[in-house]
Design a protein around this ligand. Structure first.
Ligand SMILES: [Fe+2]
Ligand SMILES: [Fe+2]
Length: 194
């Protein structure tokens, strides 16, 4: 497990838990995006059979997560609503443009960092939420997101070699922490606390 460079205070989960429908709608969009990103990475990495197969499994898992989150959202009277700009993902994409060598390497690393941050947030939500179905959702998702995180860093190391990959992981790990810390609060999985 990678250690995040900035740890989210529990205050974030307390605030996010006050708006469960908005949080679930954003979360559902995150799962959908994770599935589509996995598919896009297959198309960009077609010559690595191991990577292709692992990403295909991951895309299916993310769609299962999407279905589970959407069902809970709908059962509570919420709707998915429009996809909105994501300042966290945009901040990471911007950070990765600096000092970039290999675009695909950076995509694997950024995807791994997003999984790691998601996992951190799911654990905070599991502790804070009181709705038993939502507590169970966040408890159930954690192992899968932990595995995805490990898979992306493994794909990064397979692609670039351990030394190059680890150096870039460290650079982007620090940048991810600064991005997350700088964000305003919103009832979204990857918001900040400001
Ligand atoms: Fe997921
Ligand atoms: Fe995931």
């Amino acid at each position: 497990m990678i250690e995040l460079a900035w740890r989210t205070p529990s205050e974030w989960a307390a605030r996010a838990a006050e708006q469960p429908l908005a949080l679930l709608a954003d979360h559902a969009h995150c799962e959908l995006k994770a599935a589509s990103s996995a598919q896009a990475l297959i198309a960009r990495n077609p010559d690595d059979p191991c990577g292709v197969e692992r990403l295909a499994v991951m895309a299916e898992e993310e769609m299962q997560h999407f279905s589970a989150v959407a069902r809970l959202l709908h059962a509570r009277g919420g709707v998915l609503g429009p996809l909105r700009p994501n300042p966290y993902a945009e901040g990471l994409a911007q950070a990765a443009k600096e000092g970039r060598g290999d675009v695909l390497l950076d995509r694997f690393i950024v995807a791994g960092l997003i999984e790691a941050r998601s996992l951190e947030r799911f654990r905070l939500l599991e502790e804070r939420l009181t709705d038993p179905d939502l507590v169970e959702l966040y408890r159930a998702l954690a192992p899968s997101e932990a595995a995805h995180q490990g898979m992306f860093f493994d794909l990064a190391r397979r692609r670039a070699g351990q030394g190059v990959a680890d150096e870039r992981i460290e650079t982007l790990r620090l940048r991810e922490g600064r991005v997350a810390e700088s964000l305003l609060f919103a009832p979204r999985v990857h918001s900040g606390v400001r």
